[in-house]
Design a binder for this molecule. Structure first.
Ligand code: PLP
Length: 451
């Protein structure tokens, strides 16, 4: 393999086998990985480099998070400058200027009416924060009996107990026993029989939102606090909302006084061709969670945007003193706030959401060109998101897609797999030739893994 010369003075990352033992890798087949590790050591623009200097085109924006591309100078500089000005300040009972600026900047790009911003450090913390705010809101209004939380099958809201409980991916739950009580789930919207190979949003399935009425009939409307969904489910393998579904879910929540929470941890920050999917789909939730692209993933940060009505009910309704007994040591961390402000500037200056809308037809045609590859049973796309669903190897669920992932990595393209679904979510700065390269490498890998 070719070698890249490291810049003078830069430490060259090294790898010896014993280095692998201490790290218990998250969401990874540790034994499989450590037998043949894949390492990334540098990143710029659309490209990672391995410690040996091999280029890997980033087809997934890291984990759906480096939306503006890697190593953006403005973001790096903002973080560096803040680190030398002030490393840390508490956000309990005091503040620092950047946290207020970051919150105002976020509020300015969220759907109107969602103007109150609570800072967290991750998508998981944002989900748990949103659920706790929903419970506190009902209690503040004298409806403390509203405690049922409703998620959706195949939904992903991170790994905290709240998010895991409303989440609907079986493997993420089964290992951990009984989880939160008083949780229920709507049906997922993945319907290969009716919607396979749809371009953009599928035509069939808006009526699945009416399942909320059945949950209401079962539990009683006055026991349900909130419904939480990803407007477009990413982690489960890109499950798109059928046309009209989110509007219908919004209407059902309104009928029953139930709060609607959108988890926009992956759909936020341009991914769907708008700042948030709520804007692209024209449906406004009561609470909206974000993380990942908020800082372009350069520093961990999450946030929850809350409607003024919910904020005011909790804050103005409190007797005095602390109004919400919730917060994290690193809520509004100065480095993260600096990164978020620089990221929001970049999205505005480069109109990344607009770029996604103009690339969408190119992207759609490219991913759907894989339709004729062997074992492809569905292709889905929206914004700069794509998914290629493969038929599983008999008796070996996920094995085919994992083999495709490894082949792509060896060929210099990073894709992501969930079960037998290959998901694509490149940085929004991608150019057409890079789209073509991702699809061509992926097509070759899928073909090589035919039985
Ligand atoms: N919510 C959604 C929709 C996600 O996709 C993710 C991560 O993929 C999370 C929450 C969890 O975010 P984190 O891993 O930052 O806790």
């Amino acid at each position: 393999s070719e070698t890249m010369t490291a810049p003078a003075g830069a430490p060259v990352p090294s790898l010896v086998p014993n280095d692998l033992d201490a790290m218990w890798m998250p969401y990874t087949a540790n034994r499989d990985f450590k037998a043949a590790p894949r390492l990334l050591a540098e990143a710029e623009g659309m490209t990672y480099r391995t410690p040996e200097g091999r280029a890997v085109l980033d087809g997934t924006a890291g984990l759906w998070c480096v939306n503006a591309g890697h190593g953006r100078r403005q973001i790096v500089d903002a973080i560096t400058a803040q680190a030398s000005r002030m490393d840390y300040a508490p956000s309990f009972q005091m503040g620092h200027p950047l946290m207020f600026e970051a919150a105002s900047r976020i509020a300015a790009i969220t759907p109107s009416g969602l103007d109150r911003i609570f800072f967290t450090n991750s998508g998981s913390e944002s989900a748990d924060t949103a659920l706790k705010i929903a419970l506190a809101y009902h209690r503040a209004r004298g409806q403390g009996q509203r405690t049922v939380l409703i998620g959706r099958e195949r939904g992903y809201h991170g790994v905290g107990f709240g998010g895991m409980s409303v989440g609907g991916i079986g493997a993420n739950r089964r290992q951990f026993g009984s989880l939160l009580p008083k949780v229920d789930h709507l049906p997922h919207t993945h319907d290969l029989a009716r919607n396979a190979f749809s371009c953009g949003l599928p035509a069939h399935g808006a009526e699945l939102a009416d399942a909320l009425d059945a949950r209401v009939a079962l539990h009683g409307a006055d026991t349900i606090a909130a419904v939480i969904v990803e407007p477009l489910a990413g982690s489960a393998g890109v499950l798109l909302p059928p046309q009209g579904y989110l509007e219908r879910l919004r209407a059902a929540c309104d009928r029953h006084g139930i709060l609607l929470i959108f988890d926009e941890v992956i759909t936020g920050f341009g991914r769907t061709g708008a700042n948030f999917a709520a804007g692209r789909f024209g449906v406004t939730p009561d609470i909206l969670t974000m993380a990942k692209g908020l800082t372009n993933a350069a520093v961990p940060m999450g946030a929850v945007a809350v409607s003024n009505a919910i904020h005011d009910a909790i804050v103005d309704g409190a007797p005095g003193g602390i109004e919400l007994f919730h917060g994290y040591t690193y809520s509004g961390h100065p480095l993260a706030c600096a990164a978020a402000i620089a990221t929001i500037d970049l999205h505005r200056d480069e109109d990344l959401p607009g770029r996604v809308r103009s690339l969408e037809p190119v992207w759609e045609a490219a991913v759907h060109s894989l339709r004729t590859a062997p074992n492809v049973i569905d292709i889905r796309n929206f914004g700069l998101i794509g998914a290629i669903e493969l038929s599983p190897r008999p008796g070996q669920p996920g094995a085919r897609a994992m083999a495709v992932f490894k082949r792509c990595f060896a060929a210099g393209v990073l894709v992501r797999v969930t079960g037998d679904i290959v998901a694509l979510s490149p940085p929004l700065i991608i150019e057409t030739p890079q789209i073509e390269r991702i699809v061509s490498v992926l097509g070759d890998a899928i073909t090589a893994e035919r039985d």
